[in-house]
Design a protein around this ligand. Structure first.
Ligand SMILES: Nc1nc2c(ncn2[C@@H]2O[C@H](COP(=O)(O)OP(=O)(O)OP(=O)(O)O)[C@@H](O)[C@H]2O)c(=O)[nH]1
Ligand SMILES: [Mg+2]
Length: 609
């Protein structure tokens, strides 16, 4: 075995928001990959629009810096549990990981998930306790919690011998001892060079595993991955081995390597490096690209199973086809199946109905991001309520269960535990830091967690944080009765009028402004009681000749409750749909007319009897 001392390959892993992308900013800025006066901004790697809007990383990305003559390939990964598939996918390119832990929050459920994966793969870990500038940082305590985590997860003794650094990623400083004044990020670079093993390389014909895909309108599909053996140059003939073990031949067009935010064209690249190659039109993630001399496949990348499913269907509302450019079954189907090429933990299935597809993901956010992305690409479609995916293990029906961590204050313990017990959650831990900050940990079936976030945020007035990670499967328990009230359903099509909306507001909350086009069966508000009721929000005030003393007073409406896409998905029940178009998110009953809904209720009653 040989090593390449001129390269290190690292992945940055952590719980959501612990500062991974900010740390990459610091590494990029301080390794002089930008001109001195170049304005590069913050969270440079969060380059796609949704990432910038939401302030979270969704897809893992590659970059590289050069430090003391060594190229450090860096892979930034997302920390949100719904995108765990991304971490599992790219971690195979690395020899080491920076495990970031927030100095206040300490290790969180996703910290454990990513650390377990990294240790199982035998990667060298450098712990970076980040955000040490935060006023209530508790470095000593967090250090010992991390130690406990390693003791629990290490697969051999050597792994307990990890290095710890202390960073303020925002300032761009890291130190080797707590309390030391920070100057720059170089202690981190030095630690990486000294401790992350250089890539081991096998000599022999070229072999690489495709871990990521990108595309370019000129270059076509770009396959990204680590070269495990040999070297590759442009115009080389290579074999692609796909999931079924089938092989086809291609000519490599270009070989590119990373530097900063750029991909540079190089004559050739060798084992140990992370490269992007073009010219292989049909490549998928997990494929091996190899020299025809020895075209053996590397083990494919395996990612965890999806836990949540919902249907995506062609828009069947009376407004179908008005707002989107891509509205047909064929277009929807093609787009969904295309997503599978890069979104490894997603599954798409045809259903009995040709216009509807079953889409399975790692959580509500995973699916919501896909919906939002498609809507921005001008697709129009309808989606159903997300449901937890049950399966059969050893002849028993089981359901996914998650570990839910809530950071809140004392005053909300009562309301939260009450809400959660209705959702079949069981408290497993409660910690009080003595200052009124509480951490509650629950075990909860995924189905109980669906739709919980919005009521969580309202009942804790937005100042608590919740996080959940997949734990495993447990025998299926009974249904959770929806705690939501009934809805106000438009009984007539038309344009909404203040008078009609005002009448509706006497029944409950409304979701739309005056002048909004509605159709019969569209949900326009939340009832203050349990049943659904039809309301005519397009109703005008009867004109009379008699002037009453109050008739001229303008009606003042309460501002409507506007829902984001995620809130809308959270909100709907099984007999309802979310209609998604590039311009609007509408809620509707599946059955649009009142008489259809009445008939279905009486049919359901009959079947119970
Ligand atoms: N005070 C302080 N804030 C920091 C530090 N590092 C990051 N932050 C802030 O923490 C927030 C999250 O930072 P990100 O870098 O997006 O975190 P991330 O781990 O990449 O998040 P995901 O990719 O979504 O998992 C941002 O508001 C940062 O400005 C730090 O050292 N100190
Ligand atoms: Mg990030």
């Amino acid at each position: 075995m040989n090593y390449r001392n001129d390269i290190r390959n690292i992945a940055i892993i952590a719980h959501v928001d612990h500062g991974k992308t900010t740390l990459v900013d610091a590494m990029l800025k301080q390794s002089k990959v930008f001109r001195n006066n170049q304005a590069v901004g913050e969270l440079i790697m969060d380059s796609n629009t949704l990432e910038r809007e939401k302030g979270i990383t969704i897809m893992s990305k590659n970059t590289a810096v050069v430090y003391r003559g060594v190229k450090i390939n860096i892979i930034d990964t997302p920390g949100h549990a719904d995108f765990s598939g991304e971490v599992e996918r790219v971690i195979s390119m690395a020899d080491g990981c920076l495990l970031l832990v927030d100095s206040v929050e300490g290790p969180m459920p996703q910290t454990k998930f990513v650390l377990r994966h990294a240790l199982q793969r035998g990667l060298t870990i450098i712990v970076v306790i980040n955000k040490i500038d935060r006023p209530n940082s508790r470095i000593a305590e967090v250090t010992s919690l991390i130690q406990d985590l390693f003791l629990e997860l290490a697969t051999d003794m050597d792994q307990l011998d990890y290095h710890v650094l202390y960073a303020d990623a925002k300032e761009g400083t890291a130190v080797t001892e707590p309390g030391m004044p920070g100057k720059d990020i170089s202690p981190l670079f030095d630690c990486i060079l000294a401790n992350v093993p250089p890539p081991q390389i096998e000599s022999g014909p070229f072999q690489m595993l495709v871990s990521n895909l990108d595309s370019d309108s000129h270059k076509g599909r770009i396959a990204i991955g680590r070269i495990w053996r040999g070297k590759v140059a442009s115009h080389d003939t290579v074999v692609r081995v796909n999931a079924d073990g089938n092989m086809d031949y291609y000519e490599i067009a270009e070989v590119l390597t990373y530097l900063g935010l750029k991909r540079l064209k190089v004559d050739q690249a060798e084992a140990g490096d992370i490269v992007a190659v073009t010219g292989i039109e049909k490549v998928s993630i997990g494929d091996t690209i190899a020299s025809p001399e020895q075209p053996s496949a590397l083990p494919r990348i395996e990612v965890g199973e999806p836990t949540v499913e919902m249907t995506f269907g062609v828009n069947t509302s009376p407004f179908a086809g008005r707002e989107g450019r891509f509205c047909t079954t064929r277009q929807l189907r093609k787009r969904l199946y295309k997503e599978l090429e890069t979104n490894l933990s997603l599954r798409v299935q045809d259903t009995d109905s040709p216009d509807t597809f079953l889409v399975k993901g790692r959580g509500e956010l995973h699916l919501a991001i896909l919906i939002e992305t498609m809507r921005r690409e001008d697709y129009e479609f309808e989606v159903s309520k997300p449901e937890a995916i049950t399966k059969v293990i050893d002849g028993k029906l089981v359901e996914p269960v998650e570990l839910l961590t809530i950071d809140t204050s004392e005053e909300y313990i009562g309301v939260l535990t009450e809400m959660l017990s209705k959702r079949q959650a069981r408290m497993v831990d409660m910690r009080n830091d003595g200052l009124g900050n509480i951490r509650l940990v629950f075990q909860i079936p995924t189905k109980g967690l669906l739709g919980f976030r919005s009521s969580f945020l309202t009942s804790t007035r937005g100042d608590s944080i919740m996080n959940s990670v997949f734990l495993g499967y447990e025998p299926l328990r009974g249904e959770i009765i929806s705690a939501r009230n009934g809805v106000l359903v438009a009984s007539e099509p038309g344009s909404t009028i203040t008078y009609g909306l005002n009448n509706a507001q006497e029944r409950g909350l409304t979701f739309i402004e005056p002048g909004t086009l509605v159709y019969e069966g569209m949900i326009v508000g939340l009832n203050s009681r349990l049943q659904d009721i039809p309301v005519n929000v397009c109703k005008e005030k009867k004109k009379t000749n008699i002037r009453s003393s109050t008739s001229d007073i303008a009606v003042k409406l309460t501002p409507p409750l506007k829902m984001s896409l995620e809130q809308a998905i959270d909100f709907v029940n099984r007999d309802e749909l979310v209609e998604v178009t590039p311009e609007n998110i509408r809620l509707r009953k599946k059955l649009l007319t009142y008489s259809q809904r009445l008939r279905s209720i009486s049919a359901a009653r009959l079947s119970i009897k």
